[in-house]
Design a protein around this ligand. Sequence first.
Ligand code: INI
Length: 167
Amino acid sequence: MNKQTTQAISEGTSAYGLRVAIIVSRFNEPVTSRLLQGAEECLQKYGGSKNNCPVYFCPGAFELPQVANALASRKSLDAIICLGAVIRGETPHFEYVSSEAARGIQDVALKHAIPVVFGVLTTNDEAQALERAGGKLGNKGWDAALAAIEMASLFKKLKRKAKRPSG
Ligand code: INI
């Protein structure tokens, strides 16, 4: 079950023609591969094309902002989706990785004025993560893709408005 379960969808939502990069962390790969599947299914369902939606892999969630920053610098994308799974262990590592991923992703979005979506699960164990990666609680990869489509469409609208001559 990869369908989104929690997000409202605005009317006319479309990924047609949108250029959306997906960055996937390989750490906890059984989870992140399912998030990727959900995100790709969502983009296709809303009219996105594989050609316009390249996928990049990185080692862990900590590296997601670094890749997002490199991609955003190219100025050729409408949105970036970051997918990862940080699972709590017995050390404070979880806090460092998850908080740096969240902070870094928002920093990239604000620095480059491009939607960068946080599709990173932060859970106590793998079972909780799998429930949210195509299990009984939906697929956060799908939700992240939907957020990216909505934000990319909104940014396009805002840019069109800004270009319109006033008066
Ligand atoms: N990376 C994750 O994506 N999830 C984790 O749960 C995780 N844990 O628990 O360690 C994790 N660590 C690796 C980290 O993201 C970096 O790749 C690594 O520290 C190298 O910079």
